[in-house]
Ligand binder design. Structure first.
Ligand SMILES: Cc1cc2nc3c(=O)[nH]c(=O)nc-3n(C[C@H](O)[C@H](O)[C@H](O)COP(=O)(O)OP(=O)(O)OC[C@H]3O[C@@H](n4cnc5c(N)ncnc54)[C@H](O)[C@@H]3O)c2cc1C
Length: 428
């Protein structure tokens, strides 16, 4: 006979910003916590573009989840991919085999790329979400310069030296700005047959402005800052086709073909498939991005024992949608943990309140925008604030130190040290 668990079982799905914050906030509580993630690491996604552009090595922005939680006696960490949730049986099924039961469930499996129904584009236009994505993109981009150096065909060379970034959100802007810096500065003097500075970097945005979540004046400033780096920003540019040889774009009714071997996708996000599964089980509709509409205390409607947090949850407070960003996921994780404890004590749960401390987006060296406490920043000051915030919020002292040293070295030398890559068919 299986022994009855000593304490109520809290099962947390996902060790990202939300899931990790929930696990940490349950420290010392009389519960048995199990955290399941399909990877062995917590990933600091805001710096993922730095791995994709050879500025940082992968271990600098990630840490093993079991190491982070090693001191928390009431937590067990399991690596596994959750493929099913049975609310009636209060259990989840793992792809690797095995079923885990729960008394309280916190679902924090985040989001992934959306190609708006054109999943066939994914092969040619990879998105940036995981370490494997970042390492794959880095290999592609660096390989393009290598192949251009060896090419004698002018059209082939031009296609290899054209970089098309799709989507003017934070990821697209960071990628385009950094690519321009690599071409103009990092690779200078290293090639004989090509001039890396002649590389064309295009940022395509379907809407009327980039970084549309920011005030209009800051979006305009970000565009100017990108252009000063040599990035060509095309607004109102709708991508209608992507294949191995290029991108088709429609703009003001005119269709254009952009021959290129390098496309990065930063245009769409959709919730983890567990969102649709949960919504179906609860008899509600997910929102357009596949997120689960949750009640004000972050629970699944009709299921107070299940909380959905972070990028997977759709919640508006006083008509304002809680944004899909790391601080919101962390706050939700902490709040979900407080509500689990309240329920165990027979107390009422409380509604989630989002505290907006501001947001920042970087564009390149000395270039960024930000809104903090209602104050707007651009350029050099915004950039220093961005650097400071990202060092502070990185997980682990070693990662902070390593990133600080890498950035200091980059600052003085304009070099990016993580440029060693395997040919793509050998890449992880
Ligand atoms: C490239 C990029 C840049 C970003 N930049 C910023 C930024 O500058 N500032 C900011 O605030 N936010 C930024 N974000 C958004 C921020 O990272 C997310 O809002 C945040 O990670 C959401 O936290 P989460 O816990 O909901 O999901 P995540 O942090 O994505 O964690 C989800 C976890 O669930 C695991 N998982 C997924 N599916 C399963 C499954 N079926 N079974 C088991 N485990 C599973 C994943 O491995 C992952 O560890 C960025 C995101 C990206 C992709």
């Amino acid at each position: 006979m299986p022994m009855a668990p000593e304490h109520p079982r809290v099962l947390i799905l996902g060790g990202g910003f939300g899931g990790l914050a929930a696990a940490k906030a349950l420290k010392g509580a009389a519960v048995d916590v199990t955290l399941v993630d399909r990877t062995n690491h917590h990933l600091f996604q805001p710096l993922l573009y730095q791995v994709a552009t050879a500025g940082l090595a992968a271990p600098s922005i990630a840490a093993p989840i079991r190491h982070i939680l090693r001191g928390q006696r009431n937590v067990t960490v399991l690596m596994g991919e959750v493929v099913d949730i049975d609310l009636a049986a209060r259990s989840v099924t793992l792809a690797e085999g095995g079923v885990l039961g729960f008394d309280h469930l916190v679902v924090a499996t985040g989001a992934t790329h959306s190609y708006f129904g054109r999943d066939d584009w994914a092969t040619h236009a990879p998105g940036l979400k995981t370490l494997a994505d970042a390492q794959g993109i880095r290999a592609r981009l660096l390989e393009a310069f290598e192949r251009a150096e060896g090419s004698t065909d002018a059209a082939e060379r031009a296609a290899l030296l054209r970089f098309v970034v799709i989507g003017g959100g934070p990821t697209g802007v960071e990628m385009a700005g950094t690519l321009a810096e690599i071409a103009r500065h990092t690779l200078q003097g290293e090639f004989r047959g090509i001039d890396p500075a002649s590389a064309e970097i295009l940022l395509l945005e379907g809407g009327a402005r980039i970084l549309a979540a920011y005030p209009e004046a800051l979006s305009a400033s970000a565009k100017r800052q990108l252009e000063s780096l040599g990035v060509c920003v095309r607004l109102g540019a709708k991508v209608v086709g992507i294949d191995a040889d290029g991108v088709d774009v429609e703009r003001e009714g005119v269709r254009e073909r952009l021959p290129t071997r390098n496309v990065v996708w930063g245009a769409g996000v959709k919730a983890s498939p567990l969102g649709a599964l949960l919504a179906r089980a609860a008899g509600i509709d997910p929102d357009r991005a596949g997120r689960v509409p949750v009640t004000s205390d972050l629970s699944l409607p009709g299921h107070p024992e299940v909380q959905v947090i972070g990028d997977l949850a759709a919640l508006s407070i006083d008509g304002q949608a809680v944004p899909g960003i790391a601080p919101a996921a962390k706050q939700m994780g902490q709040h979900a943990a407080r509500n689990v404890i309240a329920r165990l004590r027979g107390q009422a749960t409380t509604p989630f309140r989002y505290r907006d401390y501001g947001s920042m987006a970087t564009i390149g060296r000395h270039r960024a925008i930000g809104v903090i406490g209602g104050m707007r920043f651009t350029g050099l000051l915004a950039w220093w604030l961005w650097l400071f915030a990202h060092i502070v919020f990185l997980i682990g002292y070693r990662n902070r130190l390593v990133v600080l040293m890498d950035w200091a070295s980059q600052y003085w030398t304009m070099q990016r040290h993580a440029r060693v890559f395997s040919p793509r068919d050998e890449a992880p």
